[in-house]
Design a protein around this ligand. Sequence first.
Ligand SMILES: CC(C)(COP(=O)(O)OP(=O)(O)OC[C@H]1O[C@@H](n2cnc3c(N)ncnc32)[C@H](O)[C@@H]1O)[C@@H](O)C(=O)NCCC(=O)NCCS
Ligand SMILES: Nc1ncnc2c1ncn2[C@@H]1O[C@H](COP(=O)(O)OP(=O)(O)OP(=O)(O)O)[C@@H](O)[C@H]1O
Length: 198
Amino acid sequence: MILLGLTGSIGMGKTTIGGMFADRGVPLISADEIVHKIYAGRAAPLIEAAFPGSVIDGVVDRDVLSRFVLGNEDAMKRLEAIVHPLVHEEREKFVESARRDGARLVILDIPLLFETGGDASVDRVLVVTCDEAIQRERVLARPGMTEEKFEAIKSRQTPDAEKRRRADYVIDTSGTFADSEEQVDQVLAQLLAEGTDG
Ligand SMILES: CC(C)(COP(=O)(O)OP(=O)(O)OC[C@H]1O[C@@H](n2cnc3c(N)ncnc32)[C@H](O)[C@@H]1O)[C@@H](O)C(=O)NCCC(=O)NCCS
Ligand SMILES: Nc1ncnc2c1ncn2[C@@H]1O[C@H](COP(=O)(O)OP(=O)(O)OP(=O)(O)O)[C@@H](O)[C@H]1O
């Protein structure tokens, strides 16, 4: 079974590209989705204890939490120390179950793959990229996004050019959705051919 790490900087299209692989039947688990799930569950009491007032009705409020951590490196590190081990556990469970099901390929969508050294525990890395101007336009169009928030997030992410250098596969989402679908088909064909070679 090939473990493919999927990553890319904010707004470059990880989630969209991951969805295209999932549409083609590839099992995929997303770190962001795990975070959403545990913020409504077992992470909530731990986060409330560390960042009082950040949990509302049992669910982590991401806007409140952002105000604690964005631009505050110490606070962000404390948050990550709570969240990342739980994410890791959930991901391991998923990979084991895909292995039991006989999957040939599993995709792990991990925004911070390089930043957390996760690239060492996957077999191949796919980086999703796009033109910087398109990235900015997409991200600033999101509700609640500000220039400061965008810069704070970007400053904690490995630069796109470095990600591309370290990738085994690159998909560029600057074009149309059809262009992206075509690149997904090409990468998938290469991966499955590799898997057959043993
Ligand atoms: C800071 C939080 C509250 C902001 O939530 P919000 O819903 O506004 O944004 P969202 O989660 O969609 O993230 C927006 C962008 O920031 C990136 N990002 C998220 N956390 C981090 C981080 N710790 N360091 C760098 N970039 C990050 C995401 O990958 C994405 O590109 C949230 O991202 C969070 O709780 N992060 C800590 C957990 C974490 O490390 N998650 C990353 C995947 S494990
Ligand atoms: N050709 C394309 N391929 C993929 N996405 C595209 C394309 N054209 C426009 N988009 C848009 O770009 C946006 C990419 O956002 P997406 O959520 O996939 O990025 P992301 O990298 O997962 O972001 P984040 O890091 O914040 O989680 C989506 O709104 C998508 O509709």
